[in-house]
Structures are given as structure tokens and as C-alpha cells.
Design a binder for this molecule. Structure first.
Ligand code: 5RP
Length: 281
């Protein structure tokens, strides 16, 4: 692994504990203006100080995020699907390595659809991205997408995560499941937990705590933060679990204290989030 790639990896997985709180705001690449991301500049910028890394598209980065931030960027480079389709797996690489270098990306994220009609195409996307990432020293995050006919169990997620790692992915983003340790213990690279659809805050913190206990290197979480009624409270609480080893109760107190102190509320539980939004990812 080149010095540069190691250095970029250390900007994502913090050297102090090897863990990360990645704020995922790349949903628009196939969901459009989903609840909480109607105007990313308003939603995301206040959360940047609390995120170890931002995961987003180049469109949101260029148009909504100040170039002065010091927070490392993981660029969502795969795409080509939309929520209008049943099969989301027909993806390609839309953002090339030159653009990732120009945008000073610390990492590149690529969706992999194991068991979906375009499985091979998405694995090939990942392989090509890893080849280029290794050449220029930019790590690749493989994101396991769960096709609608797949079951989010340890057997499936362990398979998908391992295929990403075997293909050369440097970090795997996948969902929490029962027997999560089976997923992390059989994957030779760090795993970060996807937040998944919006849950009550305490449930999301409990899931985060369980994932950390199960060997996760952190989270790459979106809706459970920016659709919270206190997004800052929630990302602070997630940090308490990931980096501080806080219990669920203590983390929930962090969220409640922030919510009470600021009274700032976000969009709340995504009432406007259609079933489609949550069903797909
Ligand atoms: C697709 C994705 C989403 O674009 C997003 O990153 C998911 O984040 P969350 O589930 O925490 O809202 O990765 O699979």
C-alpha cells in the first residue's frame, strides 16, 4: 500500500482509534431530493464539524460544500440507477479518477450489487476503481447494496462484504444484522455500518453500539442523522458510541441534551419519506 493511500485511509479511519463517523449524504444520486436533503447546504454544512468524513457526490460537493472545509471527502463515484427502477444494479462509474484527484478526494465509493441482475458489472466497476485507486493512492469503499429479493442476514452480508474485500476494496460499507460478528470476522478489511432507513434515535444508537461491539470500524450513516429531529444531537451521540465507547443510554443522553439545549429540530422522522425511499436502500 503506498504512503499516499495509507495517508488518505488515515484521514477516513482516524489513527487514534482506527474508527470513523462518516456522514453519508450521497442519496440524491438515485433518490433525488429525499427528505432532509432537499437543500444539502442547509442540512449538511452544520453537521460537517462533527463528521470524520463526508460521503457525497461531486455535484453536492461542488454546489453545496465550502471548499474551505478540512473534513475529508469520500466521493460516491458509481451511479446510473434511479428510484424509478425496480433493479438498481445497472450502475457504472460516473466520476473518473482525474475528477477525484481534482476534488481532493480521500476515498471513492462504489456500489456492489451481489445477487442482482448486474452483479458482474458492479463487481467489475469496483475492480477497475481499485486498480485506479491503487495507481494514484486513493482508497475505495465498496458499498453492499441489498437487492430487493435479498435477505439482509449474516450469510448474505458476509458474502457481499467478502467479495468486495477480495476484489480489493479497502473499506466495506454494509448493514447491521444479527450475528454481525460473522460478517466482520470473515472480512479482511474494516467494515463501517450503514445506517439504513430512519429509526427512532435510541434504536439507531443501539444498532450502532451493537455494530461496534460486533467489530465495526464505525459508521457511514445518513438518514438516521440528517432525518433526526436533532441532527447535531444525533451525530454527537453516534460519535460518543463510535469514538467514546459510550453506552446506549449515555449516547442517548447526549442526543437528548443537545436537542433540549438547542431546540433545533430537523425534518424529524421522515414522514415525507416515501416507502420507496426506504425500501430501496
Ligand atoms: C446506498 C447508499 C446510500 O446512498 C447512503 O449512503 C445510505 O446511507 P444511510 O443508509 O445511512 O441513509 O449507500 O446503498
Amino acid at each position: 500500500m503506498s504512503w499516499g493511500l495509507e495517508n488518505r485511509l488515515s484521514r477516513i479511519l482516524k489513527p487514534a482509534d482506527g474508527k470513523t463517523v462518516m456522514l453519508a449524504v450521497d442519496h440524491g444520486y438515485f433518490l433525488g431530493p429525499t427528505t432532509g436533503l432537499e437543500q444539502c447546504c442547509k442540512t449538511v454544512v452544520p453537521l460537517v464539524p462533527y463528521a470524520d468524513t463526508l460521503m457525497l457526490t461531486r455535484g453536492v460537493l461542488r454546489n453545496d460544500i465550502p471548499s474551505s472545509i478540512d473534513t475529508p471527502i469520500v466521493l460516491r463515484v458509481s451511479g446510473g440507477s434511479s428510484v424509478l427502477e425496480d433493479d438498481l444494479s445497472n450502475e457504472t462509474i460516473l466520476t473518473d479518477i482525474d475528477e477525484c484527484i481534482r476534488l481532493n478526494a480521500a476515498g471513492m465509493a462504489c456500489q456492489v450489487f451481489i445477487g442482482a441482475p448486474h452483479q458482474a458489472q458492479t463487481i467489475a466497476n469496483l475492480g477497475r476503481l481499485v486498480n485506479e485507486g491503487e495507481r494514484y493512492g486513493i482508497p475505495v469503499i465498496g458499498v453492499t447494496a441489498v437487492g430487493k429479493d435479498m435477505v439482509r442476514d449474516a450469510r448474505y452480508l458476509a458474502l457481499a462484504s467478502r467479495i468486495i474485500a477480495e476484489t480489493g476494496g479497502h473499506i466495506v460499507k454494509t448493514y447491521y444484522c444479527d450475528d454481525f460478528e460473522r460478517v466482520t470476522s470473515t472480512c479482511p478489511v474494516p467494515i463501517v455500518m450503514a445506517g439504513g432507513k430512519k429509526l427512532p434515535e435510541r434504536d439507531a444508537l443501539e444498532m450502532t453500539w451493537k455494530a461496534m461491539q460486533g467489530g465495526a470500524a464505525g459508521v457511514d450513516m445518513g438518514r438516521n442523522i440528517f432525518q433526526s429531529d436533532s441532527p447535531v444531537g444525533m451525530i454527537k451521540a453516534v460519535n460518543a458510541v463510535v469514538h467514546g465507547g459510550a453506552s446506549v443510554d449515555d449516547a442517548y443522553a447526549v442526543y437528548m441534551d443537545e436537542k433540549a439545549a438547542t431546540g433545533i429540530t430537523g425534518p424529524g422522522v421522515g414522514s415525507a419519506v416515501t416507502a420507496d425511499d426506504s425500501r430501496k436502500i
